[in-house]
Structures are given as C-alpha cells and as structure tokens.
Design a binder for this molecule. Structure first.
Ligand code: URA
Length: 447
C-alpha cells in the first residue's frame, strides 16, 4: 500500500525513492511512536537531496528509522513465534482463538503468516486495538477486544507442555538468553511456560544424570543394527535405478544413490536428489546438506541410524561450470518418473512417518506439488496408512545469506523434526495415547 502511494506520488514529487527506503518505511511506520510519520516524511524529503543518505548509519533520522523498523520486525517475529491458539466449539464448528498484545501496530503485517499456515482452519486473533479473523478465504479486520474473549486453557495446553518438556535440553540451559529470546510478558499466553520453573530447578540434576548415563552421546551401532541396514530393497528385473533409462539424468552420473537404513525403519526421510558428494560416495546425505541434517536430527533427539534415508530422485542432476558440477533441481516430470522406485522403498520398509525435505521430496511422496511454507510442520495422513511431515530441505538453510534468518530457520527446522519424534513416540505400537498426537498441527506455530 505504501509503495503504491509513493509510486503514484512519484509523478508530482518528481523523484524516485529506492526499494530500500520503502522496505524501511513499511516497517518503521508500524511503530507505536507518535513521531513516526514526521520522521519518515523528513527522511523522504532529505533523500531527495541526498540519495545515499540511508548509507549514513550514524545520521540521526536514519538511525531512528532503522531502530524503529528493527523493533517492529522483532515484534512481528515474536507474534509469529509466541501466539497460541485455543480451540473453541461454536454451533458445532471448531474455531481457533488467540490473544496477543503486540508492542506496535503490526496486526495486519503479521496476519498473512497465519493465513498461509492455517489456511484450512477458522481462526481469530484478538489484540487490545484490533482483531482479525480468517474466514477460510479472506482476512477480515475488526475492532479490538479484551483478554476474556479467549479461554485461558484448552486441550492443546497439555500438548504444548509435553512438546516443551521434550525439547528442553537441561545441558544447554541459559536462563538469561532464554528470557531475552522469550520475554516474560509473553509467558501468560503460552501454556508450555508453566513447565519452565520446574525444568530449570531440575536441570542441573538431569544434566548430571545425562553425563553419568552418556545419553547425549549416540550409542555405537550394534552388530544387529548393522545387519538390519539395507542398501535398498531388491528391484525387479529391468528396473534397477543404476541402469534406469526412464529419464536422461541417469546417463550423466557416476552411479545411482540408493536409500539406506533399517529395512523396518518406522521413520523414512526423503530428500530431493543426491548431490555431488553423494554421487561420488554412492550414499545419501553425506555432503554439506547431510551435515546440516545430521546436526538438526541430533538437536531433535532423533537418531539417523534408526531412519531409512533416501531421495525422491536417485541420480544427481547437474550442469558443468568449469571444473564444478552444479546442482540443478529435477523437474516435476523427472520426480514423477522416479516415483516407481520411492514407492517400492515405501512398500518394502513400510515407514509409519515420512519426513519430506522440501517440495521435490513431498512431490515424490505424494505425486502432487506442495507449497512447503504453507503445509510444513503438520502431520498429514497418507492413503497407505503412513503419515507425512513436510519441512524445508537442509540446503535451503545453507543458502540463506543472513545469519539471523539462518538461525531462525534452523530452529524451525529442528522444531519440525522434534514434532516427528514426538509423533513417533506417541504413535508407538505400545502407546495407547495415540489420540494425543491428533493435536500436532499447531505445534509448529513456534517460529
Ligand atoms: N540433497 C538431497 O536432497 N539428498 C542428498 O542425498 C544430498 C543432498
């Protein structure tokens, strides 16, 4: 909106402003400070005479505007991360309601995130100044409300608390950093924070026990586990991907990279396609993306050795640049060509849960295109009785140029993997509390 206003004004003002100014103004103008309009107007006029002004970080106006934009940005991030929906039944319909007290005027800017994430639910967010409801098709904004508009507790609370207990690592406890990242003013709306005091009190004892029992170190692979490892189920004659000629990728590569892991793994992890190092080694996820995946699995307390790890496409697609082979994404048709092999792996291993790393993997599993941003972080039932969790591909994290964004996205990736672990433990054959996992959808609200 701001950008169209300024662009339409370009004619009369007779000068252009950079996208950088627009991005700064879009955020700074949402700040609560009454002087924000005067500040941005002054900056706009000064930019006319000094087009490079925004590079002057010590200029008072630039500094103020940048500070305000950062605070607004952080407020939006906190709302995405710390807002918790409560389930309410009304006229036989399920509604999800949330209360949040933002520091700045961010409701509109923050809402599309929830519309993308919870497109299939009907929800409303109430703040003291304004409210927003998602009808299933559109966002509708209305007046503010009071805290009482949203129930204090619901059946999701216990799930949040379980989730928090399971991701809480006493050995990594840093109370000051934790309260800086999750300031106390948000705690009242977050059921899991009721766990914090007890967990902090017990942390040092638990850490001693972990050290004594060696829980944090991955247990060495036993001979039995080693025997349970399979390269891949035996393909039917003429269908060995090593010689597969259904698409041209196979002809270029060193070898097909088979899936690997226990033949009866409950968890299957599907990537996109082997990379340069995987192609040379003949094993999935042994290169840089594999390292990111291994680290995140470790943080989520999932042991890769218990998972069957494979790819949607079994050959490395690349283009040659000088001496390097650069990854090229497989096309939808290539992923579809390769599905016969992934389907065979699924039929042989019969995983309970499949984690699809990125859109290509999700297409390989489901045969349809997937908007990862919208569908990630929830458990989706599949027709063969397995369940699917879609999340980002670790290479996406490697490609993020901004360190802050990478840290945030890595946390989200770990929280998706943690959800997988919780779901697997709640859906173990010997666990009668399967129903509890039904509420998993909302756990990944956490940013
Ligand atoms: N990326 C993938 O999707 N799979 C691998 O095996 C390696 C990198």
């Amino acid at each position: 909106m701001l950008s169209s206003a300024l662009h339409s004004g370009t004619h009369e003002l007779g000068f252009k402003v950079s996208r950088r100014f627009l991005a700064l103004a879009e955020e700074a103008l949402l700040h609560r400070e009454p002087g924000r309009f005067a500040l941005m107007y002054r900056l706009l006029w000064r930019l006319r005479a000094q087009p490079g002004l925004l590079d002057d970080a010590v200029d008072d106006d630039v500094w103020q505007a940048t500070r305000m934009a950062k605070q607004v940005h952080r407020d939006i991030h906190k709302m995405h991360a710390f807002l918790r929906f409560k389930e309410v039944s009304s006229d036989g319909e399920t509604l999800w309601l949330a209360w949040f007290e933002p520091d700045h005027h961010i409701l509109e800017a923050a809402s599309s995130h929830f519309a993308d994430r919870f497109a299939s639910l009907k929800w409303s967010i109430f703040t003291p100044e304004r409210s927003v409801s998602w009808t299933g098709a559109a966002l509708v904004f209305g007046p503010g409300a009071s805290r009482e508009s949203v129930p204090e507790n619901d059946r999701m609370d216990e799930h949040w608390r379980t989730y928090y207990r399971s991701i809480f690592n006493p050995a990594r406890l840093k109370v000051a950093a934790m309260t800086k990242e999750m300031p106390k003013k948000y705690w009242r709306n977050m059921p899991e924070t009721r766990e914090i005091a007890g967990l902090v009190r017990a942390a040092s004892g638990r850490t001693q026990t972990m050290i004594a029992e060696g829980i944090t170190a991955p247990s060495p692979m036993t001979a039995v586990e080693e025997r349970r490892r399979v390269s891949a189920p035996v393909p039917a004659p003429g269908e060995d991907p090593a010689t597969c000629a259904r698409c041209p990728i196979g002809a270029m590569t060193t070898q097909a990279v088979y899936g690997e892991g226990p033949a009866d793994a409950r968890l299957m992890i599907v990537g996109e396609q082997p990379g340069d190092q995987e192609d040379l080694a003949g094993r999935p996820f042994v290169g840089p993306a594999g390292k990111v995946l291994d680290d995140a699995l470790r943080h989520a307390n999932l042991d890769r050795r218990n998972a069957y790890v494979t790819n949607a496409v079994k050959h490395f697609k690349f283009e040659v640049r000088g001496k390097r082979r650069l990854h090229k994404s497989p096309s939808a048709a290539e992923i579809d060509h390769c599905r016969w092999w992934l389907n065979r792996e699924r039929a042989a291993v019969k995983p309970k849960l499949i984690i699809a790393l990125g859109g290509s993997a999700a297409r390989g599993v489901t045969g349809r295109s997937f908007a990862v941003g919208r569908e990630r972080g929830r458990i989706i039932p599949l027709v063969d009785g397995a369940h699917l969790l879609v999340t980002v591909h670790p290479s996406y994290l490697l490609r993020l140029p901004d360190e802050n964004a990478r840290a945030q996205e890595t946390e989200k990736f770990i929280s998706d993997l943690t959800l997988a672990r919780i779901w697997l433990s709640e859906n173990a054959e010997d666990n009668p509390a399967h129903e509890a996992a039904r509420g998993c959808d909302l756990t990944s609200v956490s940013g």
